[in-house]
Write a protein that binds this ligand. Sequence first.
Ligand SMILES: [Zn+2]
Ligand SMILES: [Zn+2]
Length: 256
Amino acid sequence: MMATVKARIDIHVHTRFSADSIADPEDIIAVAKARGLSGFAVTDHNTSECAEYLESVGLMNPSGEAVDGFLIIPGQEITTCAGHLLAIGCSLPSDLKGIPPEEAIELIHRHGGLAIPPHPYDFFRAGIREPILEELPIDALEVFNAATTLRRYNTHARHYAEKRGIPMTAASDAHHPEAVGTAHLIVEVPSLTVAHVLEAIRRGAELHQAYLTPKEALKKTWNNWMRFGKRQSHRPELAQFEARKKSQADSTDQPV
Ligand SMILES: [Zn+2]
Ligand SMILES: [Zn+2]
């Protein structure tokens, strides 16, 4: 039998590249490592800039292999016109907001990624709802979101995934470092690479399901307010990367 490694991976994590998070990716990596995670997917809202940054500072390998035993998986949480959709395992353009979900899924598949709708039943958040889900060729469903508004929304998602017979995922939906890994996937892989983790999700991963403590949940709300006073990172290379991106965006905004 081929030797495998057991890896704990959180596939739904936000960094300061999301408008509603102030977390430096380096801080998230440090907490994730301390918790015994082997990696996480960066799923910022409508942008893949964090992966671009992590590659530029050598914390992420464009070949899809781990760096120092830790795997960052590229991804995005796309705001489709029908609700949020996780793209896992691919880097996509940062201008997909408002795209129809069918088109987003086609794009994700063309880039070799998995399309996984998060929090589909959370009434207070923009999830893709069942009548639309029913028509979509999704690869798995997030049935456990540690930051869910009400726990029964996760139960509804699980029932739907069971009925449809599709793979299930669990994740933190962390917006600050302390929340990373609250819920996560446990996978057995021949080696720690993006391709192997995607395969394991397709086969069906073991789910680690735990909720944010009320204190942590409050912190999420607090962070949501804090973003209005988002300061630049104390890490010079991160602050420089963001400044460069901002000036590029400003110059493309100008009429030619
Ligand atoms: Zn979401
Ligand atoms: Zn999210």
